[in-house]
Design a protein around this ligand. Structure first.
Ligand SMILES: [Mg+2]
Length: 116
């Protein structure tokens, strides 16, 4: 299980040691999160579906692993700054998603909730 509190402490300490707290505003971290998500997406650019499924067994696998970590670091940093409990936020959103996408209307296709 991911110990988000431990990781958030480490990220906070990393920023403090470098006097980067002044840069770690919620806006800047949200932007950095998006940049890192794009870097993750870049690793899949031009791969076909089969290549993408097997990416971790290729030289790109390590880059994917690192970009996933970058995304997680900024997401956890944003939650820390905004005092969002990530686990309860996820549980709440999954409950909303389940209501939005009832199994009987959503099974087996990828239509958006307003097209069910
Ligand atoms: Mg990166």
């Amino acid at each position: 299980m991911l110990d988000t509190g431990y990781i958030q402490d480490k990220i906070r300490q990393f920023a403090q040691e470098r006097e980067w707290e002044k840069f770690h505003t919620p806006k800047n971290i949200a932007m950095a999160l998006t940049v890192e998500a794009a870097e993750l997406m870049e690793q899949f650019q031009w791969l076909d579906s089969e290549e993408a499924k097997n990416v971790m067994q290729t030289p790109k696998g390590e880059a994917v692993r690192q970009e996933v970590a970058d995304v997680a670091v900024y997401l956890l940093r944003l939650c820390d700054l905004l005092q969002i409990d990530l686990q309860s936020a996820i549980e709440h959103k999954m409950k909303l998603n389940a209501e939005k996408y009832p199994v009987e209307l959503s099974r087996g296709h990828a239509r958006k909730y307003d097209e069910l």
